[in-house]
Write a protein that binds this ligand. Sequence first.
Ligand SMILES: Cc1cc2nc3c(=O)[nH]c(=O)nc-3n(C[C@H](O)[C@H](O)[C@H](O)COP(=O)(O)OP(=O)(O)OC[C@H]3O[C@@H](n4cnc5c(N)ncnc54)[C@H](O)[C@@H]3O)c2cc1C
Length: 385
Amino acid sequence: MDFRLSDDHTMIADAAARLADDKLRPLAETLDEGGGRAELLENLNLLAQNGFMGLNIRGEYGGTEAGTVGFALAVNALARACASTAVTVSVSNMVAEVIQAVGSPDHRATYLPRLCDGTYPAGAFCLTETGAGSDPAGMRMAARMDGNEWVLNGSKLYITSAEYAGLFVVWAVTDPDAGKGRGISCFLVEADTPGIVIGKAERKMGQTGSATNEVHFQDCRIPASAVVGEVHDGFRIAVSELAGGRIGIGALALGIGQAAMQAARDYMLEREQFGRKLADMQGLQWMLADRETDLEAARLLVLQAAWLKDKGQPFSRAASMAKLFASEAAQRATYTALQIHGGAGYVKDYPLERYARDARITTIYEGTSEIQRLIIARETLKAVA
Ligand SMILES: Cc1cc2nc3c(=O)[nH]c(=O)nc-3n(C[C@H](O)[C@H](O)[C@H](O)COP(=O)(O)OP(=O)(O)OC[C@H]3O[C@@H](n4cnc5c(N)ncnc54)[C@H](O)[C@@H]3O)c2cc1C
């Protein structure tokens, strides 16, 4: 077994880290305070020009072919500088992967180059509704055929990047009489389609630089060809694509935790109390050791899940474990790092309080920790049976 990254993977991680340091980190605080939208869009374009918007997409569509390991490493490096930008990149890559995995040749040829080259600043993944979060099969949004068009009616909630996405992957009920989760289809909707209304922007605890909105579909007409995969088979697509997305969120959470602990390490080496460095105090050393062990375990889980996906092996259990562990490790790491900074951790002159707020959502979106445990238990019991 060889735990070293390949040269290609190292190159991707280094390139992402350089871009993150040069462009993302200097903007992170401004984004956190609610400004910098134009600069965020410039950065998204730069990320696209550098191949970060189609990391696991084939070269013929403008993708980077970096695989899932490359995707995870890139999102991780970006998140160490700016979680708001990293989540936009992670979700947009997930949208591209849906199209590559189950889109028609026309969908791939039309939309993948636009997502990869930055023509679309981002893609949006529209699954959640007011009454359907952890249980998306309970969705109400409807799509009915009228002539040769689908007509979408309903609302989605908490949609990442809705304000600047060029393309929406949208799930809607196409057969209300089918059993739960059976009569749902998946559609591609271009942002300028009449009938899409971007609703309320959520005011959030963290990751405030990324847009999160309600999206309303009001008699929104799209061609029959906008269905992705088979009609009524959309729920299966959502479930399987979310598993890949969880690797991205695990990598992102890990990045925030790593940034926080790196700051804590630096602070311990510099700050003195009682006539000695914080680094010389065993109580703090143990806190550091526990969190570093956590983050290393999270890193290995994320990379293992990514590797399994790249090898075409079942990876849903591993992806849930990676997302669960990395997101919870990120809570521990950001709070420990904040504590190690004392009062400096709590004030906005340092990024520690932002890291703690940015990490918080990672145990919630793309499936809460409770839902990850449910998946892990189900898969484990299935394996035993
Ligand atoms: C900032 C942000 C960005 C988001 N981005 C997107 C996006 O781009 N696209 C999208 O479609 N969605 C998005 N979401 C939605 C997100 O995925 C959901 O919020 C999440 O899945 C939880 O759903 P919910 O909020 O309805 O909580 P609920 O499902 O109502 O859950 C409430 C609580 O009950 C627990 N719970 C629920 N069911 C069970 C169970 N069976 N067993 C044990 N516990 C359970 C949950 O874990 C949670 O603690 C985003 C959310 C936020 C806040």
